[in-house]
Design a protein around this ligand. Sequence first.
Ligand code: SF4
Length: 369
Amino acid sequence: MDPLNTVLHKEHLTREDLVLLLGLRTPSDTARLRARAVDVMRAQVGDSVFYRGIIELSNICACDCNYCGIRAGNAKVERFTLTEQEVMDGARWCAQAGYGSLVLQAGERGDAGFRDFISHLVRRIRAESVLADLPQGLGITLSLGEQPLETYRQWHEAGAHRYLLRIETTDPGLFATIHPPAQTLAARKQALADLAEAGFLVGTGVMIGIPGQTLQMLADDILFFRDHPIDMVGMGPWLPHLDTPMGDWVQPLPEADQLQLCLNMIATVRLACPDVNIAATTALQAMVPDGRERGLSYGANVTMPNLTPVHARGNYKLYEGKPCMDEAREECRGCLMGRVESVGRTVALNQWGDPPAYARRVGEGKGHW
Ligand code: SF4
């Protein structure tokens, strides 16, 4: 039998299988990977695409990740925090547009004022979003970095139910290279475990194409997703931001290869973790104009339209070349709908779109780390 066909149809992929899939390059091989990932996606999570409207509510961050444009040490960024009114306007717009689900994202902060502001916002949004054509109101995802377990519990009790915390890489050496010593892989893993403990649906992900990263490391990242209570995966290319310590690092891969590696990662995660939600991230669109559509066509089923007020977007650039900086959310809506439909998919409006992975793992008694 054709060896690639055997791997594509295996139920339990080994590390070697994952490396083989990630390394596929010829158009015929990548087309086969893509087709298999789409079959698995349709069988496990369906064909619909779910929206998560994202509001980048503050670029103030206490951390100094070496790759990030809004790291604390970047003095060139003008810092902002949206007002409660701006966040509520965005949430109402999200609900009325039928997006079903909202993400509140910001830099990492540990002060009590910020913690309580988030709880207050979550409560208000949950209370008001029943205005939407959505019996259970607007779903709320948070993406606010590493926090103590008590904070995660407080936010979960306020009404948030999903949380995104990217691990960026599970390789200890690479993690240490791209973060300052104060940030550790052990703490990141503990935070992910705490999120599951607090009852969140947990999302994580990695950057792809970091100098020094190997296919074996990426395969280990996928095994990490599979072997822990991870329900959602969001991944994108490493794109250097000039005002960071990694700004002059040289991308080792030609752009087309890095993009293909990102797409192979999406498809391979779909095969290894069939019932998770996978995002077609905006960073893919920074590489090529149809990057998000390509992500969807390799097995992703979520995309995140930006609802941040246009005046703030320029100061929330984690990487260079971030697209959609000037389009108002109304323009984004029509544009994105067209993008999704261009790859033969439809948007599921007014639904939370939780991944089956969560119900399965809780049903199997694997709710915790
Ligand atoms: S990646 Fe997140 S935690 Fe790290 S510096 Fe940027 S905003 Fe802060």
